[in-house]
Design a protein around this ligand. Structure first.
Ligand SMILES: Nc1ncnc2c1ncn2[C@@H]1O[C@H](COP(=O)(O)OP(=O)(O)OP(=O)(O)O)[C@@H](O)[C@H]1O
Length: 527
């Protein structure tokens, strides 16, 4: 019996090759959904996060000869990928331009590589990437595979041609093993929900069945693009502090604190240093391990720093949420709220909630919850998401006069530089109390607004019913009155009396009778 274990390390590419499920590539159906998602999210990050109105086209083609082989192509008009970065961006796991404090859909430096890796192990074709940055004189095309053992790109082909039309953007084409039949509903729903929160985008989606879904831009206004921000002292840990110190150009602790953090400034830095007996002129690079530990603790505990800023975030905005919900769901009532920023582990976070009711929305047994994080629709693991807990457990819908089945949809969007996702597949958000409370407040706000609307509507309907009952009798009363009025010196006819009586009722119930111009309309419609 051997007791000797064999030790070795594996590359990040090999780790995710072995553990595809963690990243959302558990089976062909899920992989197809996840691939579309990762590529579309990159396309949107490359456009709206940079102030560009997105033009996104997605197509999935079924291989005519091999069942279960699909070619996914996603094209955008974004900022493109610089020529020298294309191989690593698409061929080196954990390589990203998004490892900064900025609100983007991408976060891990994994998505596109997982799609390519999955395609490589299931179909074996290289991925094709065509890209041009803004003002680039050339359009580049690469064919790339990933060296899994070494975690590095293998460039199989590189070519370029002149960029005669000043095009910029990226086209990614990957062949993967998928299962459209099983993935169909989720992929369609994903694209639809993406369109709800990007009413400023043109999105065209061609499915393997040849169906073409077009989500046309309904508004030219983009949310303010996210901006990179500095860390807040309450959000750092020892490793982060060490990394910041190794990169800083500042020479003294005072400069380091006031220049590298948000919410600090010179005066507050001085006060912090004095209170905690640090040397303001010490070079941060020479601080001992004990000093660094003490510094991290003190930074976290000092409560005079300004609150983390939120102006670098990019919420969708209540107007765009209402526009998005209206244009896609076609409800009779819609409302939305963007809540004030909250702070989670030194990062600001904004919660937005929308509500849509009636119209073309089908009645459902439970609230239809549309979850989004940093503008990404979250479709899986609904029941383990904090927003689900709020709408299904914390809110008593009866209080808002909603009785299920009801035609109601609730949208919850959480944005921030740090989202407490439950996994790298980014499908659900953890039950962080401050976030739960914020979502609940938001849902209550829009639910109150719906309750008011429903009460108003009910009042109007009752008034209309009353008025219609009265109007029904007008022709009869008018005929009777004509008989009594025979002796009147001025001749009175039935029509004059009818219209006088009608005016009386109409003045009393003005709003409820907008569509009725004569008592005869009511009699006819009642009969
Ligand atoms: N369509 C695109 N346009 C411009 N840049 C892109 C595009 N797709 C990918 N990139 C670049 O490639 C990098 C790697 O993308 P990838 O999807 O692997 O990870 P990510 O988006 O950074 O993070 P995540 O894994 O959370 O999605 C991105 O950070 C971005 O810089």
């Amino acid at each position: 019996m051997s007791t000797a274990e064999k030790f070795r390390s594996i590359s990040p590419a090999e780790f995710f090759y072995r553990n595809k499920e963690i990243a959302g590539f558990a089976n062909p159906a899920r992989a197809l959904y996840q691939s579309v998602r990762e590529l579309v999210e990159n396309a949107l990050d490359a456009t709206d996060s940079h102030g560009i109105l997105p033009e996104i086209s997605i197509s999935i083609d079924r291989d005519p000869n091999k069942t279960y082989v699909y070619r996914i192509t996603v094209k955008d008009n974004g900022i493109g990928v610089p020529e020298n970065y294309v191989p690593d961006a698409f061929g080196r796991v954990l390589f990203s331009s998004k490892y900064v404090l900025r609100q983007t859909r991408g976060l891990f430096g994994l998505g596109a590589k997982m799609v390519i890796l999955y395609g490589q192990i299931t179909v074996g074709e290289p991925a094709e990437i065509v890209s041009a940055t803004i003002n680039s004189k050339k359009i580049y095309k690469y064919k790339i595979m990933i060296d899994i053992k070494e975690n590095k790109p293998i460039v199989l082909e590189k070519s370029w041609w002149p960029n005669k039309t000043s095009w910029h953007g990226t086209i990614v084409k990957v062949a993967i093993e998928g299962d459209w039949g099983k993935a169909r509903q989720k992929v369609l729903e994903y694209v639809k929900r993406t369109a709800i929160v990007t009413p400023y985008a043109n999105i065209v989606f061609r499915t393997p069945d040849g169906e073409i879904k077009i989500y046309q831009r309904v508004v030219d206004k983009l949310p303010p693009p996210p901006r990179e921000t500095k860390p807040h002292p309450h959000g750092i840990d020892l490793e982060m502090l060490k990394a910041m110190i190794s990169e800083t150009k500042t020479q003294t602790l005072l400069d380091f604190l006031s220049e590298e953090f948000q919410g600090v400034g010179r005066v507050l830095a001085e006060r912090f240093i004095t209170k905690n007996n640090f040397d303001p002129n010490a070079n941060p690079k020479t601080l001992s391990k004990d000093d660094l530990e003490k510094l991290v603790r003190a930074l976290k505990e000092f409560n005079e720093f300004r609150k983390p800023r939120s102006d670098h975030l990019s919420p969708i905005g209540s107007d765009l949420i209402k526009i998005g919900l209206s244009s896609i769901l076609k409800p009779e009532f819609v409302d939305a709220i963007t809540r004030k920023p909250i702070v989670y582990e030194g990062h600001s976070m904004i919660v937005e909630v929308g509500i849509a009711y009636g119209g073309a929305i089908e009645p459902v047994e439970e609230p239809l919850l549309l979850r989004f994080a940093n503008k990404i629709p979250l479709l899986y693991d609904e029941k383990s998401d904090v927003a689900w807990k709020v709408v299904s457990e914390n809110i008593d819908w009866g209080y808002y006069d909603i009785v299920f089945p009801a035609p109601i949809a609730i949208l919850v969007h959480v944005c921030g530089t740090k989202i407490p996702y439950k996994g790298v597949g980014k499908e659900s958000i953890a039950e962080v109390p401050i976030l739960e409370n914020e979502i609940e407040e938001g849902v209550r706000h829009v639910a109150r607004s719906l309750k008011l609307y429903l009460a108003r509507k009910q009042k109007e309907e009752e008034a209309a019913r009353k008025a219609i009952t009265l109007i029904k009798y007008i022709p009869e009363i008018a005929s009777a009155l004509v008989v009594f009025a025979k002796s009147n010196p001025e001749p009175v006819n039935v029509e004059t009396l009818e219209s006088k009586l009608f005016e009386l009722v109409k003045n009393r119930f003005r709003d409820s009778l907008k569509n009725i111009s004569s008592p005869r309309d009511v009699v006819l419609s009642v009969e």
